[in-house]
Design a protein around this ligand. Sequence first.
Ligand SMILES: Cc1cc2nc3c(=O)[nH]c(=O)nc-3n(C[C@H](O)[C@H](O)[C@H](O)COP(=O)(O)OP(=O)(O)OC[C@H]3O[C@@H](n4cnc5c(N)ncnc54)[C@H](O)[C@@H]3O)c2cc1C
Length: 467
Amino acid sequence: MSQPSNPPTPPAVPVDALRTALGDATPVVAPDDDGYHAARAIEPGGVEQRPAAVVRPADTDAVVRAVRVARDAGAEVSVRSGGHSVFGLGAADGALTLDLRDLDSFELDVDGRTAWAGGGITAGAYSRAAGQHGLATPFGDTGTVGVGGITLGGGVGLLSRSLGMTIDSLLGAEVVTADGEVVRTDADHEPDLFWALRGGGGNFGVVTRFRFALHEVSQVVGGVLLLPATPESVARVVAAAQAAPPELTMVVMVMPAPPMPMIPAEHHGGLVVMANACWSGPLDQADTALAPLRDVAARAGGALLDGLRTAPYPSLLEGGPEGGPLVATGRTFLADGLDEAAAAYLLEQLEGSDALMRAAQLRVLGGAVSDVPADATAYAHRGARLVGNVAAVARDAAGAAGYTPWVEALADRLRGAEGAYVNFSLDGGLDAARAAYPGATWERLRDVKRRYDPQNRFRGNVNVPPA
Ligand SMILES: Cc1cc2nc3c(=O)[nH]c(=O)nc-3n(C[C@H](O)[C@H](O)[C@H](O)COP(=O)(O)OP(=O)(O)OC[C@H]3O[C@@H](n4cnc5c(N)ncnc54)[C@H](O)[C@@H]3O)c2cc1C
């Protein structure tokens, strides 16, 4: 998206020099070329980015050559992996966009329980490949999200309370830095860079390969339990999710029921709680662990749908929203929980809004996420027990913008703690960066940025300016 003010024009991307450096094997797509529209497209609707050139490297060497051309020209580099950045920074205006989707390798060491994965693989492709061996690395709840973006921001998902955030399973990375050098980093090599990659976003270079730990996760009990939304039921579902053993993680949506075939027609449009649960403990203990959730449903008049079932873990990441013409606006917040008064306010607001779609998402954390010290990685909000989002959807960007004051006010009311989870921030401005990275984390990130990207070549992200 264009900036409101008129910043100085950044150095142009030298398209001819890129073509010479990359050769025929790696096409460079510029605005006048056929295929430019498809090459710059990203997942979220309504985001129109116009990079100066899009390159789709097939290996680390091509990334190095492209980054060196950008370095010599002083041009900005933006990185696209799964393309799910909700404000489209993976393809920044005027930048050289590196589209990593062909870096989708997956090399598994079954005995060692580790894998090297390409910087452009999706969470779904990774999880399906690992799942064939009964293994998993925790990502989010949607398979089409890129491993690159979710990992570098932190990664919260259906295994967070049992196995921690994605970054807690990151063992190392191969990074092409702003000066075009290939660096291997882990806890023992360039440890400050490794610290910064675990939550600091795409600020520090192009990650061409990630090395992850894998965990034994085969069959889980998961899926969606749907129940009528009342202030009591919303607050009780959140409380049950927080009180559950760490092997149970829940992502709770509160929204008007969409007209999906799996939801009885008479409930379409009525406010519902959609609890997306994943039990990754022993299967014979699942019913006991899920009993409090089912009990809340019973007290609310009965579940409208009980889709909780034993299933292979990767199947829980399938489906999810399609990219398309609809445009969303939203705000994220942290909280310790959600009481009945806050739930009543939330339902009142969802009921009163005329947005095409509107929802609150409440991700209950704690468990293994909070076991890691706040300064161990660049994700500093380890104590936050709930990460939330509120969103409204319209047919176009102008319509969505009209709902921004509404989502802001609602998020302000539900917010219980300072800060934000960077992967849910809806802009890349300084306020978003400061919310994501408080105090000492901010200072340390700026120092690492100064060492690895002093010219701020990688600024298509929630940007940390060099110290
Ligand atoms: C439908 C949907 C569901 C989501 N679900 C979850 C969820 O369950 N849990 C969660 O934590 N988040 C979730 N997110 C948020 C998601 O983690 C972020 O939007 C993330 O940035 C997307 O990563 P991406 O690679 O798909 O996006 P991209 O737009 O391709 O990349 C986003 C940014 O990440 C950086 N980046 C990506 N790959 C690399 C790389 N290899 N090297 C260097 N920089 C890189 C770049 O700065 C880029 O601008 C969801 C988002 C959507 C739209």
